[in-house]
Design a protein around this ligand. Sequence first.
Ligand code: GAF
Length: 385
Amino acid sequence: MSDTVFLREAFAERFDGTPQLFRAPGRVNLIGEHTDYNDGFVMPAALEFEAQAAAAARDDRIVRIHSLNNGKSAEIDLDSEANAPRGDWTDYAFGVAVMIEKAGTTLKGADILVSSSVPVGSGLSSSAALEVVVGYALLSLSGHEVDTVALAKLCQKAENEYVGMRCGIMDQFISSNGVHDHALMIDCRTLERTPVPIDPRARIVVANSMVHHALADGEYNKRRNSCEEGVRLLQPALGEITALRDVSFDALEENRDFLPELTYRRCRHIVTENERVLAAADVLERGDLEAFGQLMNASHASMRDDYEISCAEVDTLVEIAQSQPGVFGARMTGGGFGGCVVSLVAAEAVDDFVESVRAAYSEATGHTSDIFACAPQDGAGPLVG
Ligand code: GAF
């Protein structure tokens, strides 16, 4: 059964009316980790895994949602003063509705059925996909034209202020604005984006470590604090800087004595990672896949040693991936402390790569990795078919 038939039938079992269908993808980030909230550069691509919604407008201001993933339903009244976060999955959906209204756009009530194929806790942005698909559906059903940049910003705001996770803009932005067969080089300060074609000689391969360490959210916010501390301590020497984006590697080295050792290493990851993303865009444009792979490997070392957001299982998976024939480079992707590894692999070597990595990782850790080659997709929109 096709996704659209399935969604319509599932909607009809729970709600009245004829739904419209929407989709918003998860993402893999090729390079540029934790740089987004430092006003820096990232290079993600939207994945085939996506959140889908069947949704119909209501005559009142109630938003009801049902998830096919967990079988749970919930609702809010958009006119209520008491729409506080509940500390569960509904915050991603209702947080977006609340932020859209707070920004001055009036929504209609809606019945929404969601179903997502983005694996949760794997660093592939299942939460951003849910936020974006719900935001897209609510705006469309209320008769508003969807500005995908504004939508990404509102979804990020929902996650920052309603969910309480101080994420950057990358995940919501790529889910809203992905481009088929391309990665997007995003300047997270200006939100200028440049589609980067994926060289047909290479495939993006994502391998799930199948582990997710619980400290992820607390540690994420701690990393952000270290970056902000770095900016504060460097300001007297460097003047008008507002983010680590404004700090060159040379300036960081010259002023490292102003920073505690740990803060210095956190800042060094961000400063060097920004340089790597810029270099990566450059070498990819020239078709130099080897150089791109080296930058991915260096990015992983920096995340592991300076930013300390990797973990034993992910390091093992990266080492296995990096040692395979036909691989250009491999690194952890996403927020960290588990989740997925992204590799760039020669097209003709992908099948052997997948088999060997799965077998070696299973032998080393006992976990069976889900591994798949992906083709970048367009960002959110109506689900057709
Ligand atoms: C998570 C966040 F949500 C993103 O904003 C980004 O910081 C990423 O971690 C790390 O690059 O996915």
